[in-house]
Write a protein that binds this ligand. Sequence first.
Ligand code: NAD
Length: 420
Amino acid sequence: MVAPAVDDIETSPFAAVNHYFDQGAVAAGIAPDYRLLLKTPYREMRVEVPVRMDDGRLEVYIGYRVQHNGARGPYKGGVRYHPQADLDEIRALASLMTWKTALVDIPFGGAKGGIQVDPRGMSDDELKQMTRRYTQHISYILGINRDIPAPDINTNAQIMAWMMDAYGQKMGYTPGIVTGKPLELGGSPGREQATAQGLAYVLEAAAKDLDFPVEGARVAIQGFGNVGSWTARILYKLGCRIVAVSDIDGGVGNVDGLEVPALLKHVHETGSVTGFPGADPLTQDELLTCDCDLLIPAAVGGVIDADVAERVRARVVVEAANHPVTPGGDQILAGRDVIVLPDLLMNAGGVIVSYFEWVQNIQEFRWTLERVNDELKRFITEAYRQVQVVQSQERLSMRIAAYMIGISRVMEATRLRGYV
Ligand code: NAD
């Protein structure tokens, strides 16, 4: 197999993010030499992660931590365990975090980490060993004022607990070193559902402005992990009809709407949405192109390319996942007047509440769920309003308006620091 060219915006996630960055930076009036500075990741660490498997085999995985930009605060971003988590993907995700944290105006930079591995089928013991080794190996560049990881695909509160413990073994009790921890170890109320909750707050505001109803909307969601399942739960409560969902094993659909509480129970018992009684099986392609009002990709990147975009039937694509639409797909959706609510804004709820968790850890004080959600709504709605204003003033897409705001803030911090 020929490896994808890293400058191909359809196959390289980092090239795709930089394609949008360039448009945002031009709109923000950033000079070409500063554009290069802002695009380039500050530091990249590649580590070997050896794991003694339960059957005695020794596996050696490769892990990464990319610190993209720290002008506005400590590096911040999730850790992903996934076969496609290579350096190009992690760079793209780290860059997205830089513009996202700046867009929602929280005092963090951008980072991302990951191990290139398929963790499905690994035992808890193997996962724990892998997590601890990875944390030890990247610990030299972590710190509560330096770089703070969080959960992403195939990582969760338990994995954050192991990361915190591995870091603490070396550095002493430091709960603020990761966010998305269990409540018992200093996690924040509302962090687990924060990404979906933030998405719902923006969706409600955008629905009024763009004149589409949330109540009764037919929704298709790809991915039924943290973000996808919480999105289903919250939108179901808001009166949406969840007509299709999928996970890595396949999808299910019902035009009359899936009974979400029963679906959650089914997933809890079987580990997958597939086989849910009373629903028809769907392929990923059928889910992405099904008849619905809101299409919410909440799994991996690059799933809506030009070919899929031609066949999307939704009126609105809500980017819960990071970079789910390729530049080619984006162009086609724009040409077909499909509204795209961009990842920088729509999934920022997770990092906003991660910020609140970090603040609570530093303060050694716990907020109530109500306070967390009130503050989340305030931060994310304000960011949405700013995107709306810039979009209409500058005649840009919401995506490029979001990039432009984020890039302007990082540029200003860079200038004030007198960095170069
Ligand atoms: P998760 O591991 O909890 O869930 C991922 C889901 O996607 C699972 O249901 C999995 O089966 C499915 N999936 C994986 N590969 C797939 C494929 N090739 N096709 C279809 N489905 C597939 O991960 P998550 O935390 O929910 O993250 C989902 C997306 O949201 C990612 O793009 C992530 O970067 C983004 N995101 C997550 C957070 C967060 O707080 N967890 C915050 C911001 C953005």
